[in-house]
Ligand binder design. Structure first.
Ligand SMILES: [Zn+2]
Length: 68
């Protein structure tokens, strides 16, 4: 085992894949830089703003069959 107190953990940056310091001195963690963090947040925002627009027309699908 190799346990070092105060060892800085690094994680692969989700945006570019480089090692990012997962520590308090990296405000952009788990990203390596502000640029990578901005890119990822932009992607997330565009995903979340994508709304489902396909709604089945209730009238035609669930009309009263006795009416025919
Ligand atoms: Zn990065």
């Amino acid at each position: 085992m190799n346990s070092k107190a105060g060892a800085v953990r690094t994680v692969p940056c989700p945006a570019c894949g480089q090692d990012a310091r997962y520590a308090a001195d990296n405000p952009y963690r788990p990203f390596c830089s502000a640029r990578c963090k901005g890119i990822d947040l932009g992607a997330w925002a565009s995903e979340q703003f994508r709304m489902p627009t396909e709604a089945p027309p209730e009238d035609s699908l669930f009309g009263d069959p006795k009416a025919q």
